[in-house]
Design a protein around this ligand. Structure first.
Ligand SMILES: *Cc1c(COP(=O)(O)O)cnc(C)c1O
Length: 425
């Protein structure tokens, strides 16, 4: 492990070549875009729906160039921290294949996620089974395929591991001391409390299960980088407790997820590097890992939806689109996401499909199901659109399709993904 392997594929075009020939991508159609990715994706969507008038179903566009750029950004900012992409955030096979080609490991939480990653030819030692509470049948499966690193925060989990997978090494999942600033805090569900650490380590010792190190998660969509500082300090004290108990030296620190692309990432990586220097200087044979989900997925995917209905009430414009709260936009409910829609009026306004300069109306956008909760946007300014026009939603890669349902016969799982690459350099 370590940064050498992450960087082995090099940068820029070489990385892109590796991505294009990776399992999950190879053999699929990949459209090339010019420079300036966002406009490029929008143009691509426009050409797809113009060329094939019969295309009406919603679809995603995955920009593989964005994924390459994000991995470069990660490797520059946190060169010693190996990413294990959190599959639950978006398990699209081409996306997983691209990340595998770029040297990423994977955080899997279930048998199906492990299967998805292994089917891309990724070796089991690049997987952390990062679910602190696993079903016995899934543990047996992990043992069978050689996934030998997992997390725990309870005695019962140690007992299950002893019984079904005693060769598995453990990471003690700590409750991050402060995850209150996160969009989705995980502390209420997972993580050992400070007073539980020593008894859990002793229980693992008694069960003769190796505890390789510590993991935590500061909450998804973390907003305060100080959360990482507090959690790294807490991890250090676990290392010290283990040493006091005479356990073999711990060698893994897993700093989890919580990263968001943009200034938040820059701030988080600076804080993490300085905390690591302070608390873990010169650890020999030390493995640093992280489990970013949102960081890699969010900006790589754009969703195109078709307007299937319209109602005018005075000044108000109401539109129905063919994806919604029970589908990709479940992120509004579960991930507390704020989303934006760009108009693509290629049916009603082909001469100016982006509707630049046109008058806008306060608009409501509904999803397709018969539940009033299925409301995607309210009070959104949009130009006058018509049935068969499109609404395009950028930054829709994180916790969208992965958590959608098939409610009312609208199948999120059937939404297809088209691949493209913008020039990452
Ligand atoms: C969900 C999850 C992640 C990914 O979190 P992001 O905030 O998307 O980076 C990582 N690790 C674990 C254990 C998770 O449950």
């Amino acid at each position: 492990m370590g940064s050498e392997q992450v960087r082995a594929v090099g940068s820029g075009n070489k990385s892109l070549q590796a991505v294009l020939s990776s399992p999950g991508v190879k053999g699929k159609k990949v459209s090339s875009l010019g420079k300036g990715s966002k406009q490029g994706v929008f143009d691509l969507i426009q050409s797809i729906v113009n060329k094939k008038q019969e295309v009406k179903d919603p679809f995603y566009v995955l920009d593989l160039g964005v994924v390459v750029g994000l991995m470069e950004k990660w490797n520059l900012a946190l060169p010693n921290v190996r990413p294990f992409y959190a599959v639950k955030c978006n398990p699209e096979p081409a996306f997983l294949g691209a990340l595998a080609a770029l040297g990423s490991g994977f955080d899997c939480a279930s048998r199906a996620e492990i299967e998805a990653v292994l089917s891309l030819g990724v070796s089991p030692d690049r997987i952390v089974y990062a679910n602190p509470c696993k079903a016995e049948t899934h543990i047996k499966y992990a043992a069978g395929v050689g996934v030998n690193l997992t997390t725990f925060d309870s005695r019962d989990e140690i007992e299950k591991i002893r019984r079904w997978h005693p060769k598995c090494a453990l990471l003690l999942r700590l409750k991050a001391p402060s995850d209150s600033g996160a969009r989705c805090p995980l502390g209420p569900k997972y993580g050992a409390l400070p007073e539980e650490v020593a008894p859990l380590l002793q229980a693992a010792q008694a069960a003769r299960i190796s505890v390789a190190g510590v993991s935590f998660h500061v909450g998804s969509g973390a907003t305060h980088s100080s959360a990482y500082l507090g959690a790294i300090a807490a991890a250090k004290s676990v290392f010290e407790t283990a040493a006091k108990l005479g356990m073999p030296r711990m060698r893994v620190l897993n700093i989890g997820g919580g990263f968001t692309m943009g200034p938040q990432f820059d701030e988080a990586s600076t804080t993490i590097k300085s905390a690591l220097r302070g608390y873990f200087p010169d650890e020999p044979r030390f493995t640093l890992m992280a489990e970013p989900g949102r960081f890699f997925a969010e900006t790589a995917f754009t969703l195109a939806t078709n307007i299937i209905g319209k109602r005018v009430r005075g000044e108000l414009r109401e539109y129905w689109i063919n994806d919604g709260i029970y589908g990709s936009m479940n992120c509004i409910l579960y991930d507390h996401a704020t989303i934006t829609a760009l108009p693509l009026a290629c049916s009603s306004n082909a001469g100016n499909p982006t509707c630049r300069g046109m008058r806008t109306f306060g608009s409501t956008v509904f999803g397709p199901t018969c539940d009033a909760l299925d409301t995607v946007l309210t009070g959104h300014q949009l130009p006058e659109l018509q049935v068969n026009d499109w609404l395009v939603f950028p930054n829709m890669g994180a916790y969208t399709a992965s958590a959608g349902s098939n409610f009312n016969g609208f199948a999120t799982s059937a939404i297809c993904t088209r691949l493209c690459y913008s020039n990452p350099c």
